[in-house]
Design a protein around this ligand. Structure first.
Ligand SMILES: Nc1ncnc2c1ncn2[C@@H]1O[C@H](COP(=O)(O)OP(=O)(O)OP(=O)(O)O)[C@@H](O)[C@H]1O
Ligand SMILES: [Mg+2]
Length: 366
């Protein structure tokens, strides 16, 4: 674990293993099931950490992922095998979130991360060189700069690769041999790094980015793919938004009433209706905007609303506080999306008697 006893308490965002250190320690103490080599916790305790629960000593483990238990069990089980894990899904389905918490629970360290972009070089997956030392001393282990992947292999830890499909195909290929041989050759030193037990990879990819750089079938075969779905029901999605907004509000010390369930319900209802192209009662067909309108965006609309209410209102979240960021979330394309949004306001929002405050607030934003 990246145990930093003197961790400042005013970090904007702590790593999962630090923020939930107490829960992880309680789980480790209560956990008497077999642990795979170098795992901090047993697979059972890892899934309890993600899904929440109550320990015999009374410690409450907060749920991190709200959704199907089986999904998390499959993810954890697959990390205990020699196959890597690929979390796939539309934006905002908690792929990154789940991968961070899995790494924190399994290895006690969620910081071995490669952020995939179109510019990710092979060095980010393999190793680079400290050129000053390379020139002065020639190639040596000391001049080598290991990638997070190499460090994970040496430590027997879980490595995260974010947005795998954004990485150019030829760079992605560097992973094939790592995942199948579990070794990383260093030809310059006529040497190699062999992965210790406990090493594995969790990659995330967004299936909206399809066509960016598809995974080669050779690479895909080395992953167990798990699709994270959008929340099934309104209630489930409201619960996700409520817990996350409350947690973010606490960490930003926003002194507002975040338990404004009805406001969350409205925003989530709007997102779900626009996403599915139908009103909740299935009666009216709607046009969908170009924006994804994910749960993650609902969380940020509500967080913005809470900040407005806290700093410029009386601390109680009202329609006027969410209207601006709601409009911003829906209207990504100023022409097409605006038409879709106007139509939705006039045909759906206006007709709902208890939504007049929201209708007026959105009309005022224009
Ligand atoms: N089922 C869920 N349970 C708990 N939290 C969720 C769930 N779905 C979404 N979230 C929340 O949504 C937020 C965004 O999730 P995250 O960034 O992990 O999405 P992502 O799938 O990686 O999206 P992207 O494809 O845009 O990278 C997180 O704060 C997470 O808590
Ligand atoms: Mg992500």
């Amino acid at each position: 674990m990246t145990v930093t006893p003197d961790l400042p308490t005013d970090l904007l965002r702590a790593h999962a293993e630090d923020e939930y250190a107490a829960e992880l320690a309680a789980l480790a103490a209560a956990d008497d099931r077999p642990r795979p080599p170098r795992w901090r916790l047993s697979p059972w305790a890892v899934s309890t950490y993600l899904l929440g629960g109550e320990l015999p000593d009374g410690t409450t483990i907060t749920p991190k992922y709200l959704g199907a238990r089986r999904l998390i069990e499959v993810a954890v089980a697959s990390l205990a095998t020699d196959r890597a894990l690929l979390l796939l899904g539309v934006p905002g389905t908690a792929k990154t979130w789940v991968s961070e918490h899995l790494a924190a629970a399994v290895s006690g360290d969620s910081t071995l991360v490669v952020q995939g972009t179109a510019g990710t070089p092979e060095e980010s997956l393999r190793y680079g060189w400290n050129y000053a030392r390379l020139l002065a001393e020639g190639p040596s282990r000391d001049a080598l700069v290991p990638s997070p992947v190499m460090r994970g292999m040496q430590a027997g830890a879980v490595v995260r690769i974010e947005e795998l499909t954004r990485i150019p195909a030829d760079v992605q290929d560097a992973l094939i041999s790592i995942l199948s041989e579990k070794a990383l050759p260093i030809p310059e030193l006529d040497d190699e790094v062999q992965a210790l037990q406990g090493f594995n990879v969790i990659a995330t990819a967004n299936n909206r980015d399809k066509g960016v750089n598809d995974l080669s079938s050779a690479l895909r075969r080395r992953f167990n793919t798990l699709v994270l779905p959008l929340p099934d029901t309104l209630d489930q999605e409201v619960e996700i938004v409520r817990t996350r907004v409350a947690a973010i509000g606490r960490s930003l010390q926003l002194p507002a009433d975040v338990e404004a369930l009805s406001e969350i319900e409205r925003v989530v209802t709007i997102f779900r209706e626009l996403r599915s192209g139908r009103t909740a009662d299935q009666r009216t067909q709607l046009k969908s905007p170009s924006a994804t309108l994910s749960t993650a965006e609902a969380i940020s609309v509500m967080t913005n609303g809470v900040a407005l209410a806290a700093h410029f209102g009386d601390g109680v979240l009202r329609a006027a506080d969410v209207a601006a960021s709601l409009t911003g979330a829906v209207v990504k394309d100023p022409v097409q999306d605006r038409i879709v949004w106007q139509e939705y306001l006039e045909t759906v929002v206006k007709d709902r008697a208890e939504w007049t405050d929201l209708y007026r607030a959105c009309r005022e934003i224009g």
